[in-house]
Each structure stands twice: as structure tokens, then as C-alpha cells.
Design a binder for this molecule. Structure first.
Ligand code: MRU
Length: 345
């Protein structure tokens, strides 16, 4: 089964509702951009690249109902962009996609031209991401030893991107090439992307893995059972500090202590050269009930106060390398990332 988290069909946006996986595979159709924005907020579509793609198609939808005068159109389009920008603050692919589409509107002379070019731009974002994943996988697999045992967190697979995935794409190609022994998939509390989504994808691909509780990672590394940690990213600052799913920083500290290579895999669209370091990356705080409740059922005592940051920041010094579609960046990242961003694909 080909996993397609976001698609455009006959003038509507189709999203595979990831909140219902793994038990139900439900594709929802959207003809109102506000519902697409809400779906991003609710994480029906999630994963940094997929969020960017969904927002791009959401903006295409919006463009169909905006004023016919180009000046009024540009103004109204800017307001819709603002609304999308407020859905999830950490994944920079969202802002990258919005800016790309805004540039299209600014450089269009008529509304008809803007509408047509917006759709082309959204398709291009999806196709480029598809291609980037494959290129990233080739660079990533080359870093792994034969018979690699790889630990990962969250879901960075086909559900999270326009292609085979970032970290999970590398894992998938390593498996195809016979280089992978097994994956350890962290369950990823509280939204359980590892348990629900990564496990679902790995089972479909027939990739050997063990699901583990997040707290198991350290003891596995201490036993010498992990050859590499590969994670995705929601935003990579200019100095290499990386925002990714909460728990990633803990894995990086553990990997450093146990001398296990720690790789970040992400497309160039996740690199944010405007943000100097991790301290300037906004970290999304989500509803505490994501922690106190499971599937709508309260597990914690009533009235329990809970902190629920969705992401953490891994300092660049803990990252062995950053794998992109244009090559592998090594420290010092300030130089290597700027260089990769300025090279043509
Ligand atoms: O909150 P989520 O599920 O959107 O978080 C996803 C992650 O943290 C991923 O690791 C990241 O977006 C990269 S997806 C290729």
C-alpha cells in the first residue's frame, strides 16, 4: 500500500487521518482551507514536511474563494497565510511553504495567474520532497555499518513527508539493501507516533523491529545493542541546534555518553538559517490532556497539572552529522549548513 498523507484530487485536499491509525485507514476530503488548518492543529496530518505540503494545498484551496481583484486577493491571501502560520509553531517547513506561496502571489499579475501558479507551486513542493527523501536515504545508508541496529523516535516515514520519509526513509533503504539488522522504535509519549505510526509503517514494509518504551533506550545503548540513532527534525538552526520530537535530546545525551553516532536526517527545507541557535526556536506547548488522557480516557488523577512541550532542542555538539538531500553536513554546522543551503540541488 502506498502511503500518501496529503494529496490533491479534483480540487480537494485529501488527508490520511493519522489520529485514527493504526486501526482505521480513513482518508478525509477537505474543500475549505479552515478545515485543513484545523487538521494540522489536531495532527491529522503531522511531521514537518507533510505539514508544509498540507499548508501549501490549503492555501491553494483558499485562493479559490478570495476576491477577484489582485490587490484585494493579495491582502486576503496574507491573512490566510497568518492563520496557517499559527497552526504549529515549531516545524519550519510550514513557514517555508507559506513564504514560497506568498512569493508566487506577489509575483503574479492577475488572480487567475496566481491561482494557477499556486497549484503548480504546491505540486512542486510535494514532488521535491519526494525526491529529497530518496536522495537523503542514499547519503544516510552510506553512514551505517553492515547489520546496523538503528534506534529512532517519533514517525519520520512516508506518513510524515511527501516521499519515503527522512530518518525512516534511510532505515527503509538500508533494509532494502540488506544492511539493516533491526530497528528500535521508541513509542514516543505522549502522542505515540512511534507506537501507532512507525510500527504501522515498519510492519507494512516487513522491516524487523522492536517497539520500546522511551525509557528503554539508555539500557539498550549500555548493552551495546544500538549502532546508530537516526532522528528527524522540525527545525534546524544555523548553528546546527535541532528541534525535534520531545525525547530526542535525551536520546542524544545517551548516545553521546555511550559513543553511539547520533544522526539527524532532514530536507533542506527544515534548515532555518534565519534562526541563529536553538534558544530562538519556538517550542510548541500542547494541551496537557494529551499526557493525562489516553484515547480520551483520563489516566492521571483528576486535576493533575502537566507540562506538554511537543519538541525539545538537541544542541549541535551532540549531533554527529546532519543528513540532507544535498549531502551530509558535519561540524562546524554554521559553515557546513550554509554551504549546503547555497549549493544547487
Ligand atoms: O508532532 P509531530 O508528530 O508533527 O512531530 C514530528 C517530528 O518530530 C518528526 O521527527 C519531524 O517532524 C520530522 S518528520 C520527517
Amino acid at each position: 500500500m502506498r502511503v500518501e498523507p496529503v494529496a490533491w484530487r479534483d480540487g480537494v485536499v485529501r488527508l490520511l487521518d493519522q489520529t485514527r491509525l493504526p486501526d482505521q485507514v480513513v482518508i478525509e476530503e477537505f474543500d475549505d482551507w479552515r478545515d485543513v488548518a484545523q487538521a494540522i492543529r489536531e495532527m491529522k496530518v503531522r511531521g514537518a514536511p507533510a505539514i508544509g505540503i498540507a499548508a501549501a494545498y490549503g492555501l491553494v484551496l483558499a485562493s479559490r474563494s478570495l476576491p477577484e481583484d489582485i490587490h484585494a486577493f493579495r491582502k486576503a491571501f496574507g491573512e490566510v497565510c497568518q492563520a496557517f502560520a499559527q497552526t504549529r509553531p515549531t516545524a519550519v517547513n510550514l513557514f517555508w511553504a507559506i513564504e514560497r506561496l506568498q512569493a508566487v502571489v506577489q509575483s503574479s499579475e492577475t488572480v487567475a495567474e496566481a491561482r494557477e501558479r499556486l497549484l503548480q507551486a504546491a505540486h512542486a513542493i510535494l514532488q521535491e520532497d519526494h525526491k529529497a527523501d530518496r536522495q537523503m536515504a542514499d547519503f544516510g545508508v552510506a553512514l551505517l555499518p553492515e547489520g546496523a541496529r538503528v534506534l529512532t523516535i517519533c514517525n519520520t516515514g512516508a506518513l510524515a513527508t511527501g516521499g519515503i520519509g527522512t530518518a525512516l526513509g534511510i532505515i527503509r533503504v538500508a533494509h532494502e539493501q540488506g544492511k539493516l539488522q533491526r530497528v528500535y522504535a521508541c513509542e514516543t509519549r505522549p502522542r505515540l507516533q512511534g507506537l501507532r505510526l512507525t510500527a504501522w509503517e515498519l510492519l507494512q514494509e516487513g522491516i524487523p523491529f522492536y517497539l520500546i518504551a522511551d525509557s528503554v533506550a539508555g539500557s539498550l545503548m549500555a548493552q551495546g545493542q544500538v549502532d546508530a540513532v537516526i532522528v528527524g527534525a522540525d527545525r534546524i538552526a544555523r548553528n546546527g541546534d535541532t528541534a525535534n520530537k520531545i525525547g530526542t535530546y535525551t536520546l542524544a545525551v545517551l548516545a553521546h555518553y555511550h559513543r553511539v553516532p547520533f544522526y539527524v536526517a532532514a530536507p533542506i527545507s527544515t534548515i532555518d538559517l534565519q534562526t541563529p541557535s536553538g534558544t530562538q526556536i519556538p517550542v510548541e506547548q500542547r494541551d496537557p490532556t494529551e499526557l493525562t488522557h489516553i484515547s480520551g480516557l483520563r489516566i492521571a488523577p483528576e486535576g493533575t497539572p502537566a507540562l506538554n512541550p511537543a519538541f525539545d532542542i538537541t544542541p549541535a555538539e551532540l549531533i554527529t552529522a546532519i543528513i540532507t538531500e544535498r549531502g551530509v553536513a558535519r561540524p562546524p554546522y554554521e559553515e557546513s549548513l550554509s554551504q549546503l543551503c547555497s549549493t544547487a540541488n
